[in-house]
Design a protein around this ligand. Structure first.
Ligand SMILES: NC(=O)c1ccc[n+]([C@@H]2O[C@H](COP(=O)([O-])OP(=O)(O)OC[C@H]3O[C@@H](n4cnc5c(N)ncnc54)[C@H](O)[C@@H]3O)[C@@H](O)[C@H]2O)c1
Ligand SMILES: O=P(O)(O)OC[C@H](O)CO
Length: 332
């Protein structure tokens, strides 16, 4: 590619920009903090969000979104989901007409209950849909940046454009699969963060492997129910952006979402955990969106609902486990 723009200089934006820049694509990494962009260029590392990864000379950070976007063939949106609408609106005047647009954000917007695909189309118009794709799957930024073998999936409605994005990201260490199930891939990526908070809480409470496996499996059932009601395929949820990301996030100690649940399981408050986390934990906001979505679409989401009550209604994690275990018995 002659130029790539990555919007969002957090851990994941920096890791993806490094992947693209290591492939010799001139890559602009946009940060909404001009000071952070200056520091990244000066130190050749993003010390705030991804200190473990030295950045190649083909990567340049900038606080100027017009400079980042001008002439870009591929634009990657990697800001937290609550900032997506604002950043897309900011980018809109400068987006090159034919650029491929890829979201690597995992979340569901509060209040509108929109997936990132829906936010992007809402802000940019239905015409851009063939150029839109969504990258998801089990991928801790630190491991991707270190060249650890990783498999992800990119989903889009238009085959040629999705294949182009698949090839843009693929390396010997980053295997990229392709899918046309945008809803399934997005719902899987967003809701696994909520289930990971539950899995972390169960670990923090000191329960065993059985409990964790139960949360993962029954959490997957909830994710699949929402995805299907929204038009996604249950098969997608058996893939990288469903089971794959769920297992990673529910078991990996690098997960911010699991950490939130784990620390709350050990008795810390949400505010205390978030004030020390230093990164976004998407599952916190997505728990509210998913809870509201379940109510709106009349989908049964017991684990998600308990995570919501622990995060927003001061229910204790232990009481949430007790209530989950003592619901009426049913078929699997
Ligand atoms: N970190 C990972 O391993 C990983 C992997 C896959 C997907 N993701 C997803 O990628 C997205 C970004 O996560 P991250 O890990 O890079 O987050 P992070 O917490 O490391 O960084 C967040 C970034 O967003 C910026 N930001 C915050 N508010 C903003 C605003 N209003 N406008 C513009 N920028 C703003 C911050 O300055 C920071 O650069 C999330 O949806 C996350 O779920 C993360
Ligand atoms: O650290 P987490 O919990 O935000 O998870 C990061 C990625 O989504 C894992 O695929």
């Amino acid at each position: 590619m002659s130029k790539v723009a990555v919007l969002g200089a957090g851990a994941w934006g920096t890791a993806l920009a490094k992947v693209l820049a290591d492939k010799q694509n001139p890559t602009f990494l946009w940060s909404h903090s001009a000071d952070l962009a200056l520091l990244i260029n000066e130190r050749r590392v993003n010390e705030r969000y991804l200190p473990s990864a030295p950045l190649p000379p083909t990567l340049r950070a900038t606080g100027d979104i017009e400079q980042a976007l001008s002439g870009a063939e591929l634009v990657v949106f990697v800001v937290p989901s609550h900032a997506m609408r604002e950043v897309v609106a900011r980018a809109r005047p400068y987006l090159p007409q034919r650029a491929l647009l890829c979201s690597a954000t995992k979340g569901i917007e509060n209040d509108s209950l929109m997936l990132m695909s829906e936010v992007l189309i809402d802000e940019l118009g239905r015409d851009v849909e063939p150029r839109l794709s969504y990258l998801s799957g089990p991928s801790f930024a630190k491991e991707v940046a270190a060249g650890q073998p990783t498999a992800v999936v990119v989903a889009g409605k238009s085959n040629d454009e999705t294949v182009a994005v698949q090839h843009a990201f693929a390396t010997e260490r980053l295997r990229v699969y392709q899918s046309d199930d945008v809803v399934g891939v997005e719902v899987g990526g967003a809701l696994k963060n909520v289930v990971a908070i539950a899995a972390g809480a169960v670990d923090g409470l000191g329960f065993g492997h059985n409990a964790r496996a139960g949360v993962i499996t029954r959490g997957l059932a909830e994710i699949a129910r929402i995805a299907m009601v929204k038009g996604g395929s249950p098969l997608t949820l058996a893939g990288l952006s469903g089971l794959g990301d769920l297992v990673l996030t529910c078991t990996g100690e690098l997960s911010r979402n699991r950490t939130v649940g784990y620390e709350m399981g050990r008795g810390r408050t949400l505010d205390d955990v978030l004030s020390h986390l230093g990164h976004v934990a998407e599952g916190v906001k997505t728990a509210k969106s998913a809870y509201d979505l379940g109510t709106k679409l009349d989908v049964d989401l017991p684990i998600t609902s308990e995570v919501y009550r622990v995060l927003y209604e001061q229910k204790t994690p232990l009481q949430a486990v007790v209530d989950l275990m003592n619901r009426s018995l049913r078929k699997e």
